[in-house]
Structures are given as C-alpha cells and as structure tokens.
Design a protein around this ligand. Structure first.
Ligand code: ADP
Ligand code: MG
Length: 398
C-alpha cells in the first residue's frame, strides 16, 4: 500500500526524521489559512498523488504561468493562485501514464534554500533477506537513469537484522554523500532514524529524493515516498487508515472485497485462472503467442460459483479487454463448479468478446459437457497451448 508524501512525512516525523513544516490543503478555500500557518516568504505548493515526477509533470488543463505539479510561491496570494490552478486538475507525469491523475490534495510546505540535493532509499533486498540502503549524491533526478548512466555514483549496503543499524552504517552514508563535521553527524542520526521507521512500520520501500543540505547547513527530507508491506497492515491500523482508495485501481479494490488476487495490467486478454503459478504461466503463454494479458487473476483454490461470477464481472468491466481466457485446473475445485460459475456469470453480465475456456482435472468431462450444453458462444480448448493460441487468434481477428 502506498501513501501520499504529506502522510509519509508525518510518519517519519514520529521517528525524529527532519522534515519541513507543511499543511495539507484539501479545498481551495483553505489556501489562505494554510499559508498563514507557515512563516514564508517562500512556499512550495505540492500535488499529492501516488506517483513521482510531479515537479516536471504538466497539468492537462494548461494556463499561463508556471506549469509543474510542484510550484514555488513567493507570497500567500501566489499560494492561493496556484492552489486554484492545481486542485482538482489532472496531472500527467512520467509515472502516471498519459491519462494522468486527478490532484485531490495539495501540500503546502515552507520553501527551503537548497545547497545540495541527494538521494537515499531503503528497501527489502530479497537476495540478501535484509534491508538495503541505496545512497547517491545525484538527488532530485530519476534514480533509474543515474543507475544506468553513472552506476559508480550509487552506493548500496545492507544491514544485518541481528545487529540492526550501527554507527558505521551512518558513516558509510556520510562518506557516500561527501559529508563531514556536523553534517556527517546529522547523516548518522538520519540513517538510524530511517532504519528504525522502516522496520517498525513494516515498510517495503522508503525513498527520499531529494534529501537536501539547506543553505544553513541542515539535512532535510524534502520528498518522501513510502510503500508498506500489505501483508503487515493488520498490525498497523494507523497506517491502513491512510489508504486513499481514489488512488487505487477500482477493479483491484472490488477484487479485494471478494478475496480475489487481482492485478490490473495493460493488455487485451482478460485471464481467469486458479493458482498463482498457473496464472503466471497463462500470462507468459499469452505473451508467447503475441498478445498481452489484461490482468493477473487468481480465483484461489476453493473458488465458489459466486466468486467466479464476481471475477468475471471484474474482467468484463475493463474496457481494454478484447477477449477472455479461463484456464482452470480442477484439483480441490471441481471443473463442473467452474463451468456453472462461468455460465452464470455470462448470463448475468453478458458476453461481448470471445471467450476461451480450458478445463482440466476433477470432473473435467462433466464440466465440458455443461459448457457445451449451455448454448453459449464459448470456444473450448484442450490444453494450455491450444487455449492461448485460440484466444490470441480470436482477439487478433476482431
Ligand atoms: P517529485 O519527485 O514528485 O518531482 P519533489 O517533492 O521531489 O517531487 O519535488 C520536486 C523538486 O522540487 C525537488 O527536487 C526540489 O528541488 C523542489 N522542492 C520540493 N519541495 C521543496 C521545498 N519545500 N522547498 C524548496 N524546494 C522544494
Ligand atoms: Mg522527488
């Protein structure tokens, strides 16, 4: 689960992490009072969306004057002007895709005088089973590009969970950033605070870009992006409360209500599969035959007729879906139950795109018979290869 920058900063503040003063703005009328809470004379109006690259982003509805999703305002009047221009508008950044994201919240922050911009992030490194730090002097820009063009400017190290973070980790960060004296001390403290926050809140990723040195010699986290391990949210109700459903895919929210593992993707073939491994294999083979999956969907081992119906509804609600592939291995689940579920779903929501059904396993003969007898326009398939070729061919024909 992701949260907004202003929420991330509030979480980090609990651990003593240095951030700037700021006030969230949820409606235009709050712009003046928000500005009055900050000292000025420099303010930064920041779009709050779950995507990066906001500074270089562009609003779809353009006007004269500044354009980005992060704007420097030099007076409360200018704050009010920018709030009016940004709130409710659609911001397009390199991470939102061309359709952009509506900005429903802003964050007004005191403006910092920036001397240097750095990068620091923490993530779970699965290969070492540890929390890793990624540190670079090249802050404020796209870290993937830095990694690609100048990999020597990125320093990484991991922390042994048995010892936790130690002073030498802090010195490593300071050295990587070329800091000494008091700034090195601040870097040491920050390293420990970020690690503590990361572990305590079960984060999956914590990215500060940029971490700055201000003109008056302070390290400040000027941007903050946090993703939490969704499996840990049951023990962090205070984090779960920060969820902003308007930032999430409506189909994924609906799927989670029915306990379906569903991830929305960009392709044209909707998939309904049982078992994560089979779902992955199905996506792979669709790609092998030259098309793209529209989703990952695992209906689970013990799916009922109702669950299959809900899954079908979610798949067909996606306007990008040009064909559907049902690929079920009946182990615990019986093929006749799936067949009935598919038929019930088709009768319920209708079928405007080609549907290929491949069943295998327990009660397969009965399942196939039920589908054949239904009179529905279903293309039967015998194995995974056959099924993938048939759905790709059907979609390409349309
Ligand atoms: P994004 O990464 O989505 O573009 P950031 O929060 O990193 O958004 O802001 C983009 C840039 O705007 C930063 O790299 C920094 O140069 C500037 N900036 C952000 N917040 C402030 C602030 N409070 N004071 C001064 N400059 C800021
Ligand atoms: Mg940033």
């Amino acid at each position: 689960m992701n949260i907004h920058e202003y929420q991330a900063k509030a979480v980090l503040k609990e651990f003593g992490v240095p951030i700037s003063r700021g006030v969230p703005i949820l409606e235009k009328s709050a712009a003046r009072s928000a500005a009055a809470e900050l000292p000025g004379p420099l303010f930064v109006v920041k779009s709050q969306i779950h995507a990066g690259g906001r500074g270089k982003g562009r609003f779809k509805e353009t006007e004269a004057g500044p354009q980005g999703g992060v704007r420097l305002a030099k007076s409360p009047e200018e704050v009010e002007l920018f709030v009016g221009q940004m709130l409710g508008r659609t911001l397009v950044t390199v991470q939102t895709g061309p359709s952009g994201k509506q900005v429903n919240r802003l964050y007004l922050e005191e403006g910092s005088d920036i001397a240097k911009e750095f990068y620091i992030s923490l993530l779970v490194d699965r290969s070492t089973s540890r929390v890793s730090f990624v540190v670079s002097t090249e802050g404020g820009m796209d870290i993937e590009e830095v990694a690609h063009k100048t990999p020597d400017k990125i320093v990484t190290f991991s922390v042994d969970p048995a010892t936790g973070v130690l002073p030498h980790h802090g010195r490593r960060v300071a050295q990587a950033l070329g800091l000494d004296g008091d700034l090195a001390k601040q870097a040491g403290k920050l390293t420990a605070q970020l690690y503590e926050a990361f572990v305590a809140k079960d984060m999956a990723m914590l990215e500060i870009n940029p971490l700055i040195v201000s003109a008056d010699g302070r390290l400040i986290c000027l941007d903050a992006k946090i993703s939490f391990d969704s499996n840990s949210l049951f023990r962090h109700p205070e984090i779960f409360a920060l969820r902003d459903e308007s930032e999430e895919d409506a189909k994924e929210i609906e799927a989670s209500k029915h306990d379906l593992s569903y991830i929305s993707l960009d392709g044209e073939i909707g998939c309904m599969v049982n078992g994560a491994g089979l779902a992955m294999a199905t996506m792979d083979i669709i790609k092998l035959y030259g098309a793209q999956p529209a989703n990952f969907l695992d209906v689970g081992g013990g799916a009922t007729k109702e669950k299959v119906t809900e899954a079908f509804k979610i798949i067909t609600s996606d306007p990008q879906v040009k064909g559907i592939l049902v690929n079920i291995f009946g182990g615990i689940m019986k093929c006749d139950v799936i067949a009935e579920g598919v038929i019930a779903a088709v009768k319920d929501v209708g079928l405007t795109v080609p549907l290929v059904v491949r069943l295998e396993g327990t009660n397969v003969a009965l399942g196939k018979k039920i589908i054949a007898a239904s009179g529905l326009n279903v293309i039967p398939a015998d194995d995974l290869d056959d099924a993938a070729q048939k759905i790709v061919a059907a979609v390409k024909k349309v």
